[in-house]
Design a protein. Structure first.
Length: 361
């Protein structure tokens, strides 16, 4: 298949759904750890095509949702410094910190600009030599290479007004933390965009160490249903393994050029995942050679982050323990226009997705 409409072909979709229904022998729980998958699963109505014995669970796959409140409070504090421009991805601007958000600070006069890449931020630095540009660097392996390229170019060009506040994270340690936390699942729907960078081999530890199946998956309805069928067959055969359904974009070894940029600019560190806590070796910090671009070191600010609303269950949702429908704030106190938790902000967040597609259930 070459075209999007083929992956959305009605007869193909119904055929895959029928094959899944005929294959089930027990109850199954599969977790997706990509916000793109969470959005696609509910946008395309995938649960309605599956038997009641198959449960799809959302994990910590939305990079905006897992960005810590302390990070949000820090970037808000930096936005108040003199001659500072904050460059940020659009879905981060509304994430609530302890008392404010970048959107609210922008309304008060802070210079906050939405960009679609780290290279856009670097261009702002080139165009504003008298200002200090701080890029809010969030995201998993999908966006980290772009930040690494921007840092490398800034260093090569001698640009001294470009800075990075890194909250980049990597996915495999979070998936392992989910398993160690005791979340009961039968397999993972692995993130296709992340795997395009890391390679599918990054997830091989799941069957090797934890005896659970995993399938690297694309984002169209046929992709998702085929991957569910592959996982069901793995469970039925008691033969967990790492498989790649998304072969048109993912190889076992991944994108070596992107990996080399990341390893040259970043080194692993422990990182805080909002709603989950500290996960060892799950973050990316700038190496010593690039510390002159590290906003955390160049502009040290002290912030006091407040506790999350104790009624918000984003942490349980991100760990696959609960669904948005189980939150007492969902669709009433907390909605996209006035989000209480980070899971309601981004279009890839589980709560935001449930609100759009399943709030009347």
């Amino acid at each position: 298949m070459k075209y999007i409409d083929e992956y959305r072909d009605k007869q193909l979709i119904l055929s895959l759904s029928d094959m899944i229904n005929k294959s089930v022998k027990k109850e199954y729980s599969f977790m997706e750890v990509c916000g793109g998958h969470t959005a696609a699963i509910h946008r395309f109505g995938i649960p309605s095509l599956l038997p009641a014995t198959i449960r799809l669970i959302s994990g910590p796959g939305c990079p905006v949702c897992v960005t810590s409140k302390n990070y949000i409070d820090t970037i808000i504090a930096l936005s108040g410094l003199e001659d500072v421009i904050i460059a940020t991805f659009g879905d981060l601007i509304r994430v609530p910190g302890s008392l404010s958000s970048l959107e609210m600070e922008k309304a008060k006069g802070a210079d906050v600009r939405i960009v679609i890449s780290a290279l856009d931020s670097l261009q702002i630095a080139r165009s504003n030599p008298g200002r200090k540009i701080i890029f809010a660097a969030i995201g998993f392996e999908t966006t980290a290479p772009g930040t690494a390229v921007a840092a490398s170019k800034a260093k090569d060009e001698g640009i001294d007004n470009f800075f990075i506040l890194s909250a980049h994270k990597v996915m495999p340690p979070a998936m392992e933390a989910i398993l160690k936390d005791g979340t009961r699942i039968d397999g993972f729907i692995c993130p296709g965009h992340v795997a395009a960078i890391t390679g599918a081999d990054a997830f091989r530890f799941i069957p090797d160490k934890y005896h659970l199946g995993c399938v690297v998956t694309g984002f169209e309805p046929a992709d998702i249903l085929q991957s569910v069928l592959m996982l069901v067959n793995q469970v039925n055969d008691n033969a967990p393994k790492m498989e790649t359904q998304y072969t048109r974009a993912v190889t076992d070894e991944g994108n070596r050029i992107a990996q080399n940029y990341m390893s040259a600019v970043f080194e692993p560190c422990s990182a805080e995942w909002r709603g989950i806590g500290i996960i060892s070796s799950s973050g990316l910090m700038l190496r010593k050679e690039f510390e002159s671009f590290d906003a955390a070191k160049v502009f040290p600010v002290v912030v006091e982050s407040r506790e999350e609303n104790n009624l918000c269950i984003c942490g349980d949702i991100l760990r696959g323990k609960k669904t948005p429908a189980g939150c007492p704030l969902f669709a009433d106190v907390c909605c996209p226009e006035k989000p209480v938790g980070a899971c309601m902000v981004s279009g890839e967040g589980a709560c935001n997705t449930y609100f759009k597609y399943r709030k009347n259930e």
